[in-house]
Design a protein around this ligand. Structure first.
Ligand code: 8YV
Length: 313
């Protein structure tokens, strides 16, 4: 008998098919009457497959008495109440160990683009403006100071890449990390004051809501750049926009936003920002690895009782 799982959202045709092959899949996102779905299936749903942006509402977890495992495509589990899951002995698994390189690569792509104005100068050339005048000077990256907010797996990969640009690296974390050569700065404000580039890699959720607020943005200052590959909720978006519009911050590279996929028009109009649509882990290779792992985590739980890559305790 195949275990019954709830699939919260369409994942990919291949993964959707693989889940259907191994499990009795109840497609939550296709349901026009979730009350009836829960009345019919709620009592024996043992697992959930979801993606990070969708998560699993706590109100749903609370009405699934047989739920034992949640397997998520993604590492940002801020849309899943991990404390509630723990209190119910529900194992939660994410794409840990699959996407740090790609996210760190994009963080550096955004950093280089916004500082050296790659996208801006590309448009300048395509619009024939080079025929009239040379492109203005931009900002050097090599040898500058890189501040990392959250030295987890992704933050560590960002720091590694910084050495390729001879950058000085310091970081702000809840606790110092012992096995890295970088300076721990316990004060986020002091880190922002020191850094030329501040790269946000912390987890989303209530603990980091608006962590990068007006005070931190002003500390980074008119020659500073903010890069966000974490969650839009970590940055006070209104404060960021105001600083960018009024020259109190030099620029920003953003892959995440407060209300995705909607992006404020005020950001879209700015020339000192580089904006990407939450694509940091979105490479063919990494997405495949993430989806393989989502399936492996479910299979590991149902065959051995333990997922392979559990959410950090
Ligand atoms: C995307 C992410 O959400 O890993 C995360 O938390 O934000 C990204 O990988 C991707 O859509 C995951 O499904």
């Amino acid at each position: 008998m195949k275990p019954k799982i709830l699939q919260m959202c369409a994942l990919s045709p291949e993964l959707d098919a693989a889940l259907a092959e191994h499990y009795q899949v109840i497609p939550w996102w296709q349901s026009k009457n979730t009350e009836a779905l829960l009345a019919e299936h709620g009592a024996d749903i043992a697992g959930i497959a979801t993606a990070a942006p969708t998560g699993v509402p706590s109100s749903l977890i609370e009405v699934l008495p047989a739920l034992r495992v949640i397997s998520c495509r993604g590492v940002g589990l801020d849309k899943i109440d991990l404390n509630l899951a723990k209190s119910r002995d529900i194992q939660v698994a994410g794409s840990f160990g699959t996407l740090s390189d790609c996210v760190a690569d994009l963080a550096f792509a955004l950093l280089l683009d916004v500082a050296r104005q790659v996208s801006q100068s590309d448009q300048y050339l395509r619009q024939g403006q080079w025929l009239q005048a040379r492109y203005p000077l931009t900002t050097r990256v090599s040898g500058k100071r890189l501040g990392i907010v959250g030295l987890g797996q992704i933050g560590r990969e960002v720091a590694k890449r910084a050495s390729g640009f001879n950058m000085q690296v310091a970081y702000n974390n809840r606790r110092p990390v012992s096995d890295v050569p970088y300076q721990h700065q316990p004060s986020l404000k002091a880190l922002a004051e020191w850094a030329d580039f501040l790269v946000v890699c912390v987890s989303g959720g209530s603990e980091t809501q608006a962590l990068i607020d007006q005070e931190i943005i002003e500390a980074l200052g008119p020659k500073g750049y903010l890069i966000n590959v974490a969650r839009g909720t970590v940055v006070d978006e209104a404060a960021l926009i105001s600083a960018l519009e009024n020259g109190r911050l030099a620029g920003a590279g953003l892959d995440v936003f407060a209300e995705e996929p909607k992006v404020p028009e005020a950001l879209i109009k700015l020339s000192n920002v580089v904006l990407t649509p939450h694509v940091a882990s979105g490479t063919v290779e990494t997405r495949q690895a993430m989806e393989d792992l989502l399936l492996e985590n479910l299979q590991a739980y149902f065959s051995e009782g333990q997922v392979k890559t559990p959410a950090p305790a």
